[in-house]
Design a protein around this ligand. Structure first.
Ligand code: 13P
Ligand code: SF4
Length: 301
């Protein structure tokens, strides 16, 4: 990619100079994902890696809640996010006060929060989950009923796989809520034999029509293991781009939706982040202590 060469060279040099590492989510563009990232993966993999990195500086190429999670697990390190406004509609759908009210309304019922939330919200919860471990986290608690916040569809999709009763919130991912079962039926008609993979933030009727549902890492592993001749990933657009580059033998059909928050991260602002040490992610010690517990409990499941 000659157009990106200068930024890529500069970022690779800055990483060495600053003892920095770049963690990139699967929704980052291919030039970030394939050319400058040290670790790529789903939210769970990024959280697990963040707990073990040795570098002094972590640049999070992803959205704000991911950078906050990395900071919670590395209080002594510098965590940078190249654009502070890289948010998430799920994280924006709930406040710490909402969680406190849910606890009052359902006394004694454990609260699981999706990692796609602010540190303040995590601090009010008992344990976190990601799309990759949500069912395991629900079942790890050994109770009949849990509260799972804030993604209504994820909660419904997990409820369909377990006997544990799940009380949901009303948050939605603005990217995945737009897929419909009609999209899948049209795809199957226009592309016979296509294998449909859907992220569990999609509506339950979409997941029901798909051939497989799983986290971004699980979708990537599915393609790696099964090598379907034709596949569609009902998720963010860069995901197909990144997986397709590694699998030229697979035909990727590409109706997809862009996440405007993920797309705020670019090579140019990653370079500036490392050059100017910005934007430094901070979480107050009191919130951080409680939020870290919820994340660590998840990582122990
Ligand atoms: P994953 O944890 O599956 O990578 O999903 C994160 C996300 O933001 C999906 O929209
Ligand atoms: Fe949030 Fe959806 Fe974007 Fe993921 S894709 S960061 S859940 S808005």
């Amino acid at each position: 990619w000659p157009a990106f060469a200068e930024d890529i060279e500069a970022i690779l040099a800055l990483k060495r100079e600053r003892n920095a590492i770049i963690l990139a989510h699967n929704y980052q563009t291919p030039e970030i994902f394939h050319c400058v990232a040290d670790i790529v993966g789903d939210s769970l993999a990024l959280a697990r890696t963040a707990a073990t990195v040795e570098a002094q500086v972590i640049v999070l190429a992803g959205v704000h809640f991911m950078a906050e999670t990395a900071k919670l697990l590395n209080p002594g390190k510098t965590v940078l996010i190249p654009d502070l406004s890289a948010g998430c509609s799920l994280a924006d759908s709930i406040t710490a006060e909402d969680v406190r009210l849910m606890r009052q309304r359902y006394p004694g019922v454990p609260i699981i929060t999706y990692v796609n939330t602010s540190a303040e919200v995590k601090a009010e919860s008992d344990i976190c989950c990601t799309s990759g471990n949500a069912k395991a986290v629900v079942e790890s608690l050994g109770v009949l009923r849990v509260i799972m916040l804030p993604d209504e569809y994820l909660a419904q999709n997990i409820a369909a796989q377990t006997d544990v009763q799940i009380i949901a919130w009303k948050g939605r991912c603005e990217v995945h809520e737009r897929f419909t079962p009609a999209d899948i039926r049209e795809l199957r008609e226009s592309h016979p034999g296509v294998v449909v993979l859907a992220h569990p933030e999609c509506p339950p009727d979409v997941v029901a029509e798909a051939d497989f549902s799983g986290s971004t890492a699980a979708m990537s592993d599915y393609v790696e293991r099964q090598r379907p001749p034709r596949v569609v990933l009902m998720t963010e657009c860069s995901m197909s781009d990144n997986v397709a580059l590694a699998h030229p033998e697979v035909e990727f059909i590409r109706p997809c939706n862009l996440c405007p928050h993920m797309k705020r991260i670019t090579l140019a602002n990653i370079r500036t982040a490392l050059e100017q040490n910005r934007h430094v992610v901070t979480v107050g010690p009191e919130i951080a202590g409680r939020a870290r517990l919820a994340v660590e409990r998840m990582l122990a499941v």
